[in-house]
Design a protein around this ligand. Sequence first.
Ligand code: E4P
Length: 218
Amino acid sequence: MKFFIDTANLDQIKEAQELGVLDGVTTNPSLMAKEGITGKENILKHYTAICDIVDGDVSAEVIATDFEGMIKEGEELAALHNQIVVKLPMIKDGIKACKYFSDKGIKTNVTLVFSAGQAILAAKAGATYVSPFIGRLDDISTDGLNLIEEIRYIYDNYAYNTEILAASVRHTMHIVNCAKIGADVMTGPLSAITGLIKHPLTDSGLAQFIADYQKGNN
Ligand code: E4P
């Protein structure tokens, strides 16, 4: 399973990249705003800065909600860097734009996906990635992981090439369960990625090893 980090924070992206397990980055307008990145020029520069840190795909979301606007914005984003993936909302014009970009060989990520039906449409439109938001489904007492399972089943039935990008991942067990189900990618915060490192038996075992070494070497 590929690991993407879901942030626009350059320090966190660098930290994940230096860990050596990062395959890409996802952003959204809220994450950009959280970092105080405003104005078209700054936003475009920030995407380039992210691409300069990581080796993999970087999802950059369009703001337009009409077909023509999405095409104009998406083309500008795609021209920035060959790692840019145009992120499009799961609405009618988003699907049309997804088909347009996939026909042109430009990578796409269809976002704000909350049902298997939406995921089928994204695959039919040739999306590179489909982003089901598992955390937001969990937030409203609906099983987010169950949606990943459903999409995996459907995509395998037809050998769709669209990669299932489990989004809105909030914690370590989301990551572990996504891996069990067979999500292609997960995107989550740095805390969820580094949280996978932790185990009390690792810490106590290491402390013991070091103490025993010091006994024999002092
Ligand atoms: C996906 O691409 C989104 O940026 C993201 O995962 C949303 O996560 P949230 O529900 O924690 O905001």
